[in-house]
Design a protein around this ligand. Structure first.
Ligand code: PDD
Length: 281
């Protein structure tokens, strides 16, 4: 395996960054995770557009053109012979003597990229039975619209989920509304057949898979609402599911131990998952 680090492809075991990289000390960096399907990047343009926005919100210089970053993504996938999996791209503000304020302009951002194979079969098998989630208070900072590498709250939440025997944690704001999962967007299908997912105006990352799923829903004549929903509403929903580039559309069959619907993956969720790749249902 090789990893792209600041201009070079190096063996995985030798890939390293400097101790004063601001990504390491301050989580002063952003990232994207893009799905690889049959050797191709899925929704690449949208991921790159979001990356550009994340960089600009943090005033990190673009290290190179989006087109050049795209070349790195594809080259990393190619060199690692990944057919199905994910590619990870991270850009930090780079190496500078430790100081909370930004280093002087002109210091080069740090760029890291790696690709990893993921079994599609395993993902589909998981989706066929659905996953359990727990709910936890959302203790993240308020700029969750930026895809930063500051993921400690998400890591704590995922660990708590794991220890509870669940797959993911859905995070809940101070008013009792679900924001999103630790690394995915959260959805429900109401009793009267409406898809509901929180608006990207507040409390969540604007997920690419979420947007594509919304477009698919629209194309299929499904009604959806972008509004917050409570944990109670989710528990009594007909279906629940979550979306992310690594998990795609993943049916949720249990929330805090309560079975959703009939306790099996819902029809709508499974249909959206199948549609994600244009696969015939
Ligand atoms: N996570 N919300 C959060 C907090 C996320 O971290 C992610 C993605 C999403 C879904 O976004 P998208 O559909 O664009 O992947 C929502 C990635 C997969 C990760 O951190 O591994």
């Amino acid at each position: 395996r090789v990893v792209y680090v600041n201009g070079e492809y190096v063996p995985y075991a030798q890939a390293s960054v400097h101790v004063e990289d601001r990504g390491f000390q301050f989580a002063d960096g952003v990232y994207e995770v893009c799905e690889i399907l049959d050797g191709n990047l899925v929704d690449e343009r949208r991921h790159m557009a979001r990356l550009e926005r994340s960089l600009s919100e943090l005033r990190i210089d673009e290290p190179m053109s989006l087109r050049s970053l795209g070349v790195i993504l594809r080259e990393t996938v190619r060199r690692n012979r990944v057919r199905n999996g994910i590619v990870y791209l991270q850009i930090t503000r780079g190496v500078a003597r430790r100081d909370f304020a930004f280093p002087s302009p002109g210091d080069a951002p740090g760029v890291v990229c790696f690709a990893r194979s993921l079994s599609r079969k395993a993902g589909d098998a998981k989706a066929a039975v659905g996953v359990a989630v727990i709910t936890l208070p959302d203790i993240r900072w308020k700029r969750v619209d930026i895809k930063t590498t500051g993921l400690l709250a998400q890591s704590l939440a995922r660990q708590a989920a794991r220890e509870a025997g669940a797959y993911e944690a859905w995070l809940v704001d101070e008013k009792g509304y679900v924001t999103e999962g630790a690394s995915c967007n959260a959805w429900i299908l109401t009793g009267d057949g409406k898809l509901v997912t929180r608006s990207a105006e507040s409390g969540i990352l604007r997920g690419i898979t979420r947007e594509v799923a919304m477009e698919t829903a629209r194309a299929r004549g499904l009604h959806y609402e972008e509004r917050p929903f409570t944990v109670e509403e989710a528990k009594s929903a007909r279906e629940a599911f979550q979306t992310s580039a690594s998990g795609l559309v993943m049916p949720v069959v249990k929330i805090d131990g309560v079975a959703i619907g009939n306790g099996k993956p819902g029809e709508i969720a499974s249909g959206l998952r199948a549609a994600y790749h244009g696969v015939a249902e």
